[in-house]
Design a protein around this ligand. Structure first.
Ligand code: ADP
Ligand code: MG
Length: 644
């Protein structure tokens, strides 16, 4: 059946439907009303309902039309509703003038002004409301096509449509869902709120189910069974490395490693997201996997979003693997072409087993000897397009994405729907939550005192500013200024700065000195936001904290609290914002991401909207998250049954 086959859909209406994004019957019947007008008698003395009032009454005066500002017009008349005279105003409905007749019943819907006894209507129905409830579906409209007409076309289509259920019956039984065809009929023609609710529940489930099934099929396609993916890992060697670590792995870390090594050993391609809050210890897990690949004779790579982080991982890995014959290299965009060439040569000749670098390295023409695993750190910083770019590389080895929990928990199931998820939920032992305080610039003394105590104790501090140098916006603190101020306040201590515009060597030197506690106070921009790990730092002061988003603040704060001492984070700001309050209240990355989600809304998070597959018509990834999780499980079960 085509749109043109519907009664009254001619060339003109077809075009109008197209304007609304409706090109076929399926689009039409899934063009759900975006809201429902529930017409229920309200008591005019009940102030709760003034904004959305529905009343009926008898027309008392002939409607008067007045025109203003070009084509705009206003229609006014009086009605008598339960012995009360009410003035009704409606804009741009001059055409209704002759249908509203004195002595007839009308039902008006709109906003009631109690003082003026005036109702500004959004809709007028030429009938009595009576005591029965009415629910009117409202569709997105286009000029020349009303909600009512759209509803007519939908119903025509529905009456011809063969019955078809997408949800298998054992699942619709499980959730008490309606027949899908009935649900469609009801959502377009609801008669009771309860029924409508059930219909929406059914269609939401169906929407998520079909989506997840698609994703699952995609995943299946990715799950190429191929001996190429089968890595003969030397577990003994891996365990030897683990036993030599300076700390004991947490249960979650062990579990994650076990799960992923299993994946590396079987012949299914790994496509996995490792998520864990800031400081939960993902890096070591990545290193162990890279090492595991090495024991099977493969090379691996770890990509970080910033040079500073890449350098830190590199130094860290060199140190951890110093007693092993595991050759580690570094590649960043800022290296000279001579340095890069040297690295390329080594990769080709397999003189390197593990390459750590910035994301720049996927765009470079690196020839590997036998690349077996690609790891991306702080995946959420890279975005969807880069993830896809990575997937589209011709040589596709096993892939591991790592991310701090926050944003992706909800993301994970949608954007990463074709990906397995491994989580680290517990923090390494002995961690104490960071104490966070919002302080005004006039209260700096207290902040400086705490920093002073920390330094006296042999610990270190981070100071964060939004700018590198003085700029047009004199309101914002900058790194250079702060350096002078802190040098004056802390005469016997070494204060240094770090920011993204510095040369690699300089950054490396500063980071190393800070790591070795040769620098006491590090004044930095948000370049240290991701991943930087200096256990001895116990205080952080963030200037102009109101400038930063929640996830940035959470990530920044994650730089302290990495040992078993009490750490502090001061958010210096003269503005009271909701974000700063949330930071004071919790250190739980999940709660923070939820709050972030609410404050910023879905739109912002899914900035990359053109990848339309994220858009659901009925469901909301945030509000329906729990359902989404259930559906994912259901789909997996169903899928497994089917492929038997
Ligand atoms: P993130 O998950 O944020 O990337 P990191 O991997 O940087 O966290 O780890 C944070 C710190 O915790 C590092 O200093 C790391 O050496 C340390 N760490 C990791 N695992 C453990 C553990 N099991 N016990 C103690 N410390 C650990
Ligand atoms: Mg990290």
């Amino acid at each position: 059946m085509k749109l043109e086959d519907i009664n009254k859909v001619g060339e003109k209406n077809l075009k109008l439907l197209n304007n609304l994004g409706i090109y076929n019957i399926d689009d039409l019947i899934r063009n759900y009303p975006y809201r429902f007008e529930v017409l229920a008698r309200r008591n005019i003395n009940d102030s709760n309902f003034f904004d959305n009032m529905t009343i009926d009454g008898i027309v008392e005066t002939t409607p008067v039309v007045s025109f203003f500002k070009g084509k705009k017009n206003r229609l006014t008349f009086m009605i008598n509703s339960q012995d009360k005279l009410i003035k009704v105003i409606i804009f741009n409905r001059a055409f209704m003038k002759n249908s509203i007749k004195v002595g007839n019943y009308v039902t008006v819907i709109g906003k009631y002004n109690n003082k003026l006894e005036t109702l500004t209507a959004t809709n007028i129905l030429l009938s009595k409301l009576g005591n029965t409830l009415k629910i009117i579906p409202v569709y997105h409209q286009t000029k020349g096509l009303t909600s009512k007409q759209i509803n007519y076309f939908v119903n025509e289509a529905l009456s011809y449509l063969p019955l078809h259920n997408n949800i298998p019956s054992f699942l619709s039984d499980k959730y008490n869902l309606m027949d899908e065809h009935d649900a469609l009929k009801i959502i377009h023609n609801p008669t009771s709120e309860q029924e409508l609710k059930n219909a929406i529940k059914t269609l939401k489930y169906e929407e998520l189910f079909t989506y997840m099934l698609k994703v699952r099929r995609l995943k299946k396609k990715n799950e190429e069974h191929n001996v190429l993916f089968k890595k003969n890992i030397d577990l003994k060697e891996v365990n030897k490395f683990i036993s030599k670590l300076p700390f004991k792995l947490t249960i979650d870390q062990k579990q994650a490693i076990k799960e992923m090594i299993q994946n590396l050993r079987n012949d299914v391609k790994m496509n996995r997201l490792l998520q864990g809050d800031v400081g939960s210890g993902k890096t070591i897990v990545a290193f162990i996997l890279a090492f595991a690949c090495f024991t099977a004779g493969y090379q691996s790579t770890l990509m970080a979003p910033t040079e500073i982080l890449a350098i830190q991982h590199y130094e860290n890995a060199l140190n951890l693997f110093k007693d092993f014959d595991f050759k580690i290299g570094l590649l960043t965009g800022k290296m000279t072409s001579k340095q890069k060439k040297e690295v390329y040569g080594k990769l080709e000749n397999k003189e390197l087993d593990f390459l750590i670098g910035t994301h720049a390295l996927i765009s470079e023409n690196v020839t590997w000897n036998n690349l077996g695993l690609v790891i991306t750190d702080e995946q959420h910083r890279f975005g969807v397009s880069q993830r896809l770019a990575l997937k589209n590389k011709s040589q596709v080895p096993d892939v591991l994405l790592m991310s701090a929990t926050p944003i992706p928990r909800t993301y994970a199931l949608t954007i990463y729907g074709d990906t397995d998820v491994t989580s680290i939920k517990t923090m390494p032992k002995g961690r104490i939550p960071v104490k966070t305080f919002v302080r005004k610039t006039s209260e700096l003394k207290e902040v400086l005192e705490i920093i002073y105590l920390a330094l006296k104790n042999g610990n270190q501090a981070y100071v964060i500013a939004p700018m590198i140098e003085e700029s047009d916006n004199a309101d914002y603190t900058n790194v250079n200024d702060l350096k002078h101020k802190f040098e004056l306040a802390f005469k016997n201590y070494r204060v240094e700065i770090l920011h993204g515009k510095m040369e690699n060597e300089e950054k490396e030197k500063i980071m190393n000195d800070y790591l070795e506690n040769k620098i006491n106070i590090l004044i930095s921009t948000t370049v240290i936001e991701v991943g930087v790990d200096v256990k001895n730092a116990t205080v952080m002061a963030i200037f102009n904290a109101e400038r930063f988003g929640l996830s940035t603040l959470h990530q920044l704060r994650g730089r302290v609290g990495r040992n078993n001492l009490q750490s502090y984070c001061f958010l210096v700001s003269d503005k009271d914002t909701e974000r700063l309050k949330i930071m004071e209240q919790t250190t739980d990355g999940f709660k923070i991401s939820e709050a972030d989600f609410k404050l910023r809304g879905q739109g912002d998070l899914f900035g990359n909207r053109q990848s339309g597959d994220l858009m659901f018509k009925l469901s909301d990834v945030k509000k329906d998250y729990d359902l989404l999780v259930k559906v994912k499980e259901d789909v997996n079960n169903y899928f497994e049954k089917q492929s038997l």
